[in-house]
Write a protein that binds this ligand. Structure first.
Ligand code: 5GP
Length: 210
């Protein structure tokens, strides 16, 4: 019985470690597929086209919007970010769980379009750790770090819209916690109706004296 793929949204403050968590989750479990977003921001050192992002000009991104090629998109600290539609739809239909690592405006749009999506929010235990990680990463200017922290403060107001909170203290624990959450989603009755109906049929036949 092929199981149905679940759409998972993972959001979290910049610097909360989402990227590392996602890489580890994908390495451990084949059931997950990470959607690669399109963005107008410039590649960071080491980032690859088609692996980390599809890097686009503003014009190309706006064309994707006009052609309805994105399931959702948002503006984050002066750049566009969006989720390509085709990959999400095809991968879900093949039964894999698709993870979208996106910010809160995108998460809201996904919730509207896919009410059964599971929304997870990743945080650190305190804000000091976030600031330190952003500074240590050294990929953003102090000005951009400031903007990202301001954005984090705004995003923290929307946490109640998510289903689950995951604290990234220890990578190992955090990855297994996320996997456990998604596995419990798969146990929901609505994803298991094929089995339920099969057992119902069998019981009916037994009770009719077969
Ligand atoms: P970064 O520039 O650090 O890679 O990403 C900045 C923010 O954009 C992060 O919060 C990330 O989750 C979010 N993001 C990445 N891709 C998408 C996307 O396709 N849609 C939306 N709405 N947000 C995205």
């Amino acid at each position: 019985m092929a199981r149905q793929g679940i759409l998972i949204v993972v959001s979290g403050f910049s610097g909360a470690g989402k990227g590392t968590i996602m890489r580890e989750l994908l390495k451990r479990y084949e059931q997950y597929a990470l959607s690669v977003s399109a963005t107008t921001r410039a590649p960071r050192e080491g980032e690859e086209e088609g692996k980390d992002y599809f890097f686009k000009t503003r014009e190309a991104f706006e064309r994707m919007i006009a052609d309805d090629e994105l399931v959702e998109y948002a503006c984050y600290v002066n750049h566009y970010y969006g989720t390509p539609r085709a990959y999400v739809e095809e991968t879900l239909s093949r039964g894999r769980d698709v993870i979208l690592e996106i910010e809160i405006q995108g998460a809201r749009k996904i919730r509207k379009q896919f009410p059964e999506a599971v929304l997870l929010f990743v945080t650190t235990r305190d804000a000091q750790v976030l600031k330190e990680r952003l500074t240590k990463r050294g990929t953003e200017s102090p000005e951009v770090i400031g903007q990202r922290l301001k954005r984090a403060a705004q995003e923290s107001e929307g946490i109640e819209e998510y289903d689950y909170l995951v604290v990234n203290d220890e990578l190992e624990v955090c990855v297994e916690e996320i996997h456990a959450i998604i596995e419990s989603e798969h146990r929901r009755i609505r994803y298991n109706m094929e089995l339920v109906n099969k057992v119902r049929e069998e019981l009916k036949r037994f009770s009719e004296g077969e």
